[in-house]
Design a binder for this molecule. Structure first.
Ligand code: SF4
Ligand code: SF4
Ligand code: FES
Length: 365
């Protein structure tokens, strides 16, 4: 069969590719699944993990689909006995240096390695070939925990830090079996250029990078978490976030134990978050959080009251200032944590009711 100059066969089917497209991107586009560990669509492919190897007629060895460009007339096979044998062997080798107990790693944290080991029924009786390395629990940063024992040195975290966040706070250090993720001089992340975006946690396929905060909230790692999609309201970017809710925690009332980003390519923030969106959720269950209006009594002490009473006092106070000093003595400050409609109402209140343009909001939207 004659193929056009932009065509190849994928598992026997003729498909068209675009200039520069890799076999993996083409396969994903055609709905053909190829397993990966080191790949992330936001990063330059490096072919580090060898999970995505496929057969290409004319090549003696299996080739990495994530780095191999599609070329005219190629015959690509993504599943056969040889490829399955390779994947099982590779996964079995990874698992010799990786805890195999699902309960030892947190649920809800990405763990493609364990998923693939189960899917391909990788032999798990090859023993431990390498000494166990230990968790880096001496880093005093409050958010990110690196467990070297779970790391497969795929460098996704390092590449994300360099290519997406562009801060290069972490790097791969040492050689061979001692390869690990480190900072310059092994400094705490707090003493590096790290911006605490937590992207390293999101991209890690093994749970080697995890969050400290769920641990401090007595979240039991073996519990399933329910994801609730919502919008971060810390700034006007409006990133989509997933609240991870432990329904059993908090005496059965449920508790948000962490925030994760939706997968890349699915929402406007493309899988990325900043430190506020990812980690600043402590206020949700904080005991000091205001849950009812408070007003000062005659002694200047704050006392709980009704909304009607609180609003009446606020109106009286605002009118008194305007009457005594003029409308421009008032200023209205709204919040990026309000909706657009609420911010609109705030400027209406300032301009139409109190006749001042003194109105602002921190994201200036
Ligand atoms: S910490 Fe995770 S993402 Fe980083 S190199 Fe290790 S396995 Fe890969
Ligand atoms: S995650 Fe950060 S950038 Fe995104 S909306 Fe929230 S505060 Fe803004
Ligand atoms: S995904 Fe291709 S080598 Fe890792």
């Amino acid at each position: 069969m004659k193929l056009a100059r932009n065509q190849l066969t994928l598992n026997g089917k003729t498909v068209s590719f675009t200039d520069g497209e890799t076999i993996l991107t083409l396969a994903n586009r055609m709905g053909v699944h190829i397993p990966t560990l080191c790949h992330d669509p936001r990063l330059d492919p490096v072919g580090a993990c060898r999970m995505c190897l496929v057969e290409v007629t004319g090549f003696n060895r299996l080739v990495p689909a994530c780095t191999q460009k599609a070329t005219p007339g190629m015959e690509v096979i993504t599943e056969n006995a040889r490829i399955t044998r390779h994947r099982q062997t590779l996964l079995a080798l990874y698992m010799t240096d990786h805890p195999q107990d699902r309960n030892a790693v947190e649920k809800g944290a990405p763990n493609q390695l364990l998923d693939l080991a189960e899917q391909y029924q990788a032999p798990l009786n090859w023993g431990r070939m390498l000494p166990i390395r230990s968790a880096r629990d001496d880093d005093r940063n409050p958010y990110i925990l690196f467990n070297a024992d779970l790391c497969i040195s795929c460098a996704r975290c390092v590449r994300y830090c360099a290519e997406v966040e562009r801060v290069s706070a972490i790097t791969l250090a040492n050689r061979g079996a001692s390869t690990t993720v480190a900072t310059a001089d092994n400094a705490s992340l707090l003493d590096t250029s790290c911006e605490m975006c937590g992207g390293c946690i999101d991209v890690c396929p093994t749970g080697a990078m995890t969050e400290k905060m769920p641990l401090t909230r007595n979240h039991k790692p073996e519990r399933e978490l329910r994801k609730v999609r919502t919008t971060c309201n810390y700034c006007g970017v409006g990133c989509q976030i997933d609240l991870n809710v432990d329904d059993i925690a908090n005496d059965g009332r449920g508790m948000v134990v962490k925030i994760t980003s939706p997968p890349p390519g699915t929402t406007v923030n493309d899988g990325n978050l900043c430190v506020k969106g990812r980690f600043a959720y402590d206020f949700i269950h904080h005991p000091d959080r205001l849950t009812q209006p408070l007003v000062c009594n005659e002694n200047g002490e704050l006392q709980p009251t009704t909304w009607d009473d609180a609003l009446e006092k606020a109106v009286n106070g605002l009118q008194a200032v305007a009457k005594r000093y003029g409308a421009d003595a008032l200023g209205f400050v709204s919040s990026s944590r309000c909706t657009v409609e609420e911010n609109y109402l705030m400027q209406k209140l300032a301009r139409a009711v109190f006749h001042t343009n003194n109105v602002h909001q921190c994201a200036a939207t």
